[in-house]
Design a protein around this ligand. Sequence first.
Ligand code: HEM
Length: 176
Amino acid sequence: MRRPYQPSLLRLLHGATALLVPLAWLTGLVVVSTSDGRFGRLPFTLAGDWIDIHGTVGVLLWPIALLFGLYALTAGRARLRQPANALALVALALAVGSGKLMDEDWLRDGQLDHLVYSVHLLAWLLIALAVSLHVAGVLQRGGWPLARSMASVQLRPGDLPGNWFDQIRRSFRAGR
Ligand code: HEM
């Protein structure tokens, strides 16, 4: 069987997203524990301004998520026929979109009843579920070879950074 291969632009954007999402999720967990507390608290305390740290991860994540989303909807749209891939993208959009609408002073001021905050909390749960289903789906469909293909650094001819623009352009023509 041929070894699965993922386009380099997908690997770059997906890789950056897959690194930042767990960071955002974990720092968000600490924020909920330290500044909200309605759902319980972590059994340890961590020094630092976690609202600020979580916000910084969010600032790094949103432009990458935007580019990844644009890639997935154009050159990567065939992969979105997999429901678990599409769900991961929807969860990412909801988490990043609601995070952009958050005001970091709400939690500092103890204002926990904003609708946007509730949506952001829901997105935090949804992304954990969606990414778990997504990874399970990848392992079920292609096992470790498919999962590993996303972390491979191998490049095929015609899939160098100089080809990225062409790859996106071709996906528009293919969609007509
Ligand atoms: C952490 C957050 C993650 C998000 C938001 C995410 C999202 C996505 C999305 C939206 C796609 C489709 C891309 C396209 O349409 O071109 C995709 C593909 C893929 N992802 Fe992830 N992913 C994440 C983590 C992971 C992890 C940890 C793995 C490792 C197992 C993984 C492995 C893959 C693979 C192998 C594909 C290609 C699958 C296919 O051809 O159907 N992803 N991912």
